[in-house]
Design a protein around this ligand. Structure first.
Ligand SMILES: Cc1ncc(COP(=O)(O)O)c(C=O)c1O
Length: 406
């Protein structure tokens, strides 16, 4: 079997002209003049930290996702920590999650003394495989923590059923999935607690920030207490009404989101649907192009799901290329396409290897997906030209590195 190499357009990596002059990042915030004005007004107000904008943002957010309560935090990571605490996880407990996530998901379990137990992912969505999760439940398991990878909701109903059968809580890490829908329902209204991030590459930003939504007052109360040093909110209200007395009832943290951040969040929230629409448009255009390209597997969308498209991760079929993922990644970067990789599986990080003895090979689907994944730029501020540039750069790179058999 002879192999011939295409001699098409020269890659920037090999001295050719890049598809674009300036680097297109994989994610970027959008900031309108009214967002800037909202922050300026907050700066001029009497409140910088917890003031009226915090409650206003929480109410508007809860109403958007269809949850009874929303409690803001200083980051998605702090929000995850709060959710683990509110769930009552402690030393000796276990919580089940996916290895294909940002380390913060599992780290939050460690913060409260619980052990993260990983369950491999489903090969299509790269979300936690519910049967794998089921096989990891022990008498110590307290929670399942699915991650909506890339913005595609996990199998939330199956997970809820498993949780119900085994008496577990579901804490959904929806840091990728604000605005996603599952069986017609908004993410944020399904799990016992759902965690969001407002980091600048997300659908809505407060600079740094996060939120937990829940339908249960007991969790909302714990979350509010935890983010404010463990001071009970009743005591805080007493204090605000002019009394000096307050009580610290839990070992909490200062995880409060500022009024400045919430003013920005409030200004961004009404634009969220438009931003999601743009992301969906970009994803549709990408998928219609990439589905035709040899060696490229676009992300799967399951029936009944409307993803939020935080990421657009393609997978490369290794047998279709004469170079590895690393070379293709560098070629795209040289074309000034800011590709990224999500994620190095958590158990393969040195900290997890050292602490828990992982050696690789434990989660074969997540590990092999990791070897094949490249996240292409995906953010609502992308112009049509940006989208075209990404498609051209991928086409050029595939063309050059494709293994042709003749
Ligand atoms: C899946 C997931 N969980 C948690 C986080 C943490 O969010 P933050 O950066 O707001 O702390 C991120 C951040 O990107 C994430 O992608």
């Amino acid at each position: 079997m002879a192999t011939t190499i295409s001699t098409h357009e020269r890659l920037a990596l090999h001295g050719g002209t890049p598809v674009r002059r300036a680097l297109l990042p994989y994610g970027h915030q959008s900031m309108d003049e009214d967002d800037i004005q909202a922050v300026v007004e907050a700066l001029r107000s009497d409140w910088l930290t917890t003031g009226p904008k915090v409650a206003e943002f929480e109410e508007a957010f809860a109403s958007y996702v269809g949850a009874k309560y929303a409690v803001s935090f200083s980051s998605g990571t702090a929000a995850l920590h709060g959710a683990m605490f509110a769930a009552g996880l402690e030393n000796g407990d276990e919580a089940i999650t996916t290895p294909l996530t940002f380390a913060a998901t599992a780290n939050a379990m460690l913060y409260v003394g619980a052990r993260p137990v990983f369950a491999d992912v489903a090969d299509d969505t790269l979300n936690i495989d519910v049967e794998e999760a089921r096989s990891k439940v022990t008498s110590r398991t307290q929670a399942i923590v699915p991650v909506d990878y890339g913005g595609h909701p996990a199998d939330l109903y199956e997970i809820s059923r498993l949780a119900e059968q085994r008496g577990l809580l579901v804490i959904e890490d929806a840091c990728h999935a604000l605005g996603a829908r599952y069986e017609g329902r908004q993410v944020g209204s399904i799990a016992h607690m759902t965690v969001f991030s407002f980091h600048p590459v997300k659908h809505l930003t407060t600079g740094e920030g996060g939120m937990v939504t829940t339908g249960l007052a007991k969790f909302a109360e714990k979350l509010r207490c935890f983010r404010n040093h463990g001071i009970s909110s009743d005591a805080r209200q007493r204090q605000e009404s002019g009394k000096w007395y307050y009580e610290m009832v839990e070992l909490g943290f200062n995880y409060r989101l500022t009024d400045i951040g919430c003013a920005l969040g409030l200004s961004q929230l009404p634009k969220l649907d438009r931003n999601l629409e743009r992301r969906r448009e970009i994803a549709a255009q990408y998928t219609s192009e990439f589905r035709e390209m040899p060696g490229i597997v676009p992300p799967t969308v399951r029936r009944g799901v409307d993803p939020a498209w935080h990421l657009y991760p393609i997978r490369l079929e290794p047998e279709k290329f004469r170079v590895g993922r690393g070379e293709i990644f560098h070629a795209l970067r040289a074309e000034n396409i800011g590709v990224n990789v999500h994620y190095i599986p958590v158990h393969l990080h040195p900290y997890y290897r050292d602490r828990f003895g992982y050696r690789g090979g434990e989660y074969p689907i997540a590990e092999s997906a990791y070897e094949q994944l490249i996240s292409l730029p995906m953010f609502h501020g992308m112009s049509d030209q940006d989208v075209e540039d990404v498609i051209s750069a991928v086409r050029k790179t595939v063309d050059q590195f494709q293994l042709r058999q003749g």
